[in-house]
Write a protein that binds this ligand. Structure first.
Ligand code: SAM
Length: 280
């Protein structure tokens, strides 16, 4: 879309391990992603698997965990969430204090790194929602996170990961000699009079299955451009058989794979890879 050219030769840029730039504005994150349509999927997962204790890894602003904590009050399960970004957790806390006391008591938020954590408690359902596993850029990160998740499961408990199915078209575009600047999203919150526009340019490194993105965010308040910000992000792209093998090599048995948030089959053309696994 539109402008081209400025990222030629960027493939050698250093790895992005500091996410504070990317997640520096959690209110903006909620504006951009608050309406992602996966909440009913996670609500149904808790009805279907009947957990007593739920753990969300990379809980962020509590977009999923807070509605689950409400559901847990009625259904009888507790929710715990960990995240590495303090600002995202602070936003989750701010939202949580707006909730009734019993919901507040039902959600525990903690700073933690999903690549290596020890909470001293086991859970019947551990999950990573909304592509957060993309942040596990090194093989050791992925094995650490999946291994820690397995070590926190009760016997018979489930681990669910949800990530998009890779698009060969997008990966091919991210390998063109000169990077394009693509529009990622445009969101509007009419009640706040805010608009957010995000564009990005990406390079795909097929040797590591890593996408490096430079993201440009423009925020408009009441029609006037307020801020324009650039940040960097790095993602690991997962292929289905890789995810299957990763889970198996981390001690899981795969119970089911779904292809969307409606529990549809994992089949050609489906948008998501939702793996449901149990400790082997
Ligand atoms: C796409 S957001 C998802 C947030 C939330 N789960 C949701 O669905 O809205 C990704 C989150 O992963 C967190 N994150 C990235 N690497 C992490 C790590 N190693 N351990 C814990 N959280 C991490 C980021 O701070 C961010 O909050």
């Amino acid at each position: 879309m539109g402008a081209r050219g400025f990222l030629a030769g960027w493939a050698g840029a250093p790895a992005v391990t500091d996410l504070r730039g990317y997640y520096q504005d959690p209110a903006e994150y909620d504006l951009a992603h608050g309406a992602f349509p996966d909440l009913e999927f996670w609500a149904e997962a808790c009805r279907r698997y009947q957990p007593r204790a739920v753990l969300e890894l990379a809980v962020g602003t509590g977009r999923v965990a807070i509605p689950l904590a409400r559901q847990g009050v009625a259904q009888g399960f507790t929710v715990t969430g960990i995240d590495i970004t303090r600002a995202m957790l602070a936003r989750a806390e701010e939202k949580l204090v707006q909730e009734p006391a019993e919901v507040q008591q039902n959600l525990t938020l903690a700073e933690g790194d999903m690549r290596c954590f020890s909470l001293g408690q086991r859970f019947d359902l551990v999950f990573i929602a909304f592509n957060s596993i993309l942040h596990l850029v090194a093989l050791g990160d992925r094995m650490g996170a999946f291994g820690s998740a397995r070590d926190h499961l009760t016997p018979g408990g489930r681990f669910i990961v949800d990530v998009f199915t890779p698009s060969m078209l997008l990966l091919a575009q991210a390998q063109e000699p000169v990077s394009r600047l693509e529009l990622d999203f445009y969101v509007e919150d009419a009640s706040l009079g805010e608009r957010l526009v995000r564009s990005s340019a990406r390079r795909y490194d097929e040797t590591t299955q890593t996408i490096r993105s430079r993201l440009f965010t423009e925020r408009y308040r009441k029609g006037r451009r307020g801020e324009k910000r650039a940040s960097d992000a790095e993602y690991h792209i997962y292929f289905p058989e890789e995810l299957r093998l990763l889970l198996q090599s981390c001690g899981f048995r795969i119970e089911d794979v779904f292809g969307d948030h409606q529990w549809g089959p994992f089949q050609q053309g489906c948008p998501r890879m939702v793996f449901v696994a149990q400790a082997a």
